[in-house]
Design a protein around this ligand. Structure first.
Ligand code: ZN
Length: 246
């Protein structure tokens, strides 16, 4: 069984479609790590497309924010604009879908799925080894998939107890890496709003039988998404950033 690992699509339909095209034939099912909506112009379309796939999805902070389940006062002005705009767009069907997303899942006995971190699934950002380290104690499986930071990275647990975990840089389009004995926190990166300086959509393929994970990256027509955002009078910062991946 092979899984398509996607996260932080953020209502960017062009990016989502390009990932599905690029990954065609490489996966059987989909695991989505949350933030389907917020920032981008196609919230309903992205959820409807996900619903056509054999998938599991967990809730992200933006999914909660548009439902009013999370206070958006902590959001920056651009994120708040997008969240309030999205609220007005959502169909009842999509709102219900987002409202029923779980916040954490354990699948195939080996894989924990959360949006932010195992310790605080909705909002904690695992941006550094010092934040990853205590989180290794917060899940019971060998591997945990997270999103939220929009930056692809793997944190590998140290061999000695209490030694600091190590970050491993994502190696894109370079074939699968075997998941070894050491526990890992894996972030596949963001489909719809990458923030690692690479504008291409990021995702991963997990092969359960081979116990391997492959980082992949594919370009998509950024201008298609930008033009929709301009037409809806989104703040320039929100559509500008997509061209640069920040
Ligand atoms: Zn996000």
């Amino acid at each position: 069984m092979r899984y398509l690992l996607i996260s932080d699509i953020h209502a960017n339909l062009a990016a989502f479609e390009s990932v599905l095209e690029d990954a065609k034939g490489l996966y059987d099912k989909v695991w989505c790590l949350g933030d389907m909506v917020g920032y981008g112009p196609d919230p309903n379309e992205c959820v409807e497309l996900l619903l056509t796939l054999d998938h599991l999805c967990i809730a992200g902070n933006h999914d909660w924010a548009v439902l009013g389940k999370l206070d958006i006062d902590d959001f920056n002005p651009d994120a708040r604009f997008a969240s309030l705009w999205t609220r007005e767009q959502l169909t009842d069907k999509v709102r219900d879908y987002l409202d029923n997303l779980p916040i954490a899942l354990v699948e195939e006995k080996l894989y924990t799925l959360v949006h932010g971190s195992p310790r605080h699934p909705i909002w904690e950002y695992i941006l550094s080894p010092t934040i990853a380290q205590p989180n290794f104690k917060q899940f019971n499986t060998p591997y945990c998939f997270v999103g939220h930071t929009h930056s692809p990275v793997i944190f590998q647990e140290a061999l000695q107890a209490n030694a600091m975990c190590e970050p491993l840089a994502a190696d894109f389009n370079n074939g699968p890496m075997r998941l070894g004995e050491r526990r890992l926190i894996i972030n596949p990166g963001s489909v719809g709003q990458p923030r690692d300086g690479d504008a291409r959509a990021a995702y991963g393929i997990l092969d359960i039988d081979a116990r391997s994970f492959e980082y992949r990256r594919t370009s998509y027509p950024v201008s298609v998404t930008q033009e929709k955002m301009k037409a809806y009078d989104f703040p320039a910062r929100l559509w500008n950033r997509l061209a640069f991946g920040w």
